[in-house]
Ligand binder design. Sequence first.
Ligand code: KIV
Length: 285
Amino acid sequence: MTRTERVTTADFRRWKEEKRPVTMLTAYDFPTARLVDEAGIDAILVGDSVGNVILGYPSTLPVTMEEMLHHTRAVARAVSRAMVIGDMPFLSYQASREEAVRNAGRFLKEAGAQAVKLEGGREFAATVQAIVTSGIPVMGHIGLTPQYVHQLGGYRVQGRQAAAARRLVEDAFSLAEAGVFAIVLECVPAEVARYITENVPVPTIGIGAGPDCDGQVLVTHDLLGLYGGFAPKFAKRYANLVDEVMRALSAFREEVQRRQFPGPEHSFTMPPEELAQFYAAKEKP
Ligand code: KIV
């Protein structure tokens, strides 16, 4: 595949057959999306985690369609290869199928995404089918689904008991039958993720779901150590940019306070003859 060919759902299907792992990261803004795309990541999720990570909300529940579209547009403008996936926020698809199709369509029509993601299992199979039938690729999301935090009783691993694990497997089959092109498995035991990956025909993208999924996703701010808040066990830190950013910000403050910044290399000057005229004119108002 050449560098600028857009990743499609057909690539996801082929990569599962070829056992070629899929990489996905979040981005919510132009510069981050450009870096993620240039790094060769296959898919960029404009996650509703924007609520916690960028907008300072205590959960993803307050995030609106308008906020999601705003961030998706910025990401889409930056990306040429990765598939851009818009995350459907809380209450944008739950109230009715018609509303779900309209809101899903807005991500493609108004924001430049190529697909949407929504949280939920078999209870949303008909909704997924309606969106897919309208020509909009859908990524499923089961296990820990943060929009359902109050129903789940907190952010905890799902499917640890046999009956709950079975329900997850049924949810995955149900979503695959409804037409999703991939399924995010969040915070489920590695054994359950492996079983789903081996038996369900669409790629699984894990986050806190062990090593055997068809792909992996992380929140980019967690990976970069750029988020001061709580970092879950599965969020491996590949860098610690909070420390680096704090070092740079403090250095700026100190240099300004000591009058070390800006130096001559950061300043502009006038030609000497213009400067002389400037001073001379100043003497005669
Ligand atoms: O919103 C998000 O970032 C997500 C990922 C954690 C999968 O849903």
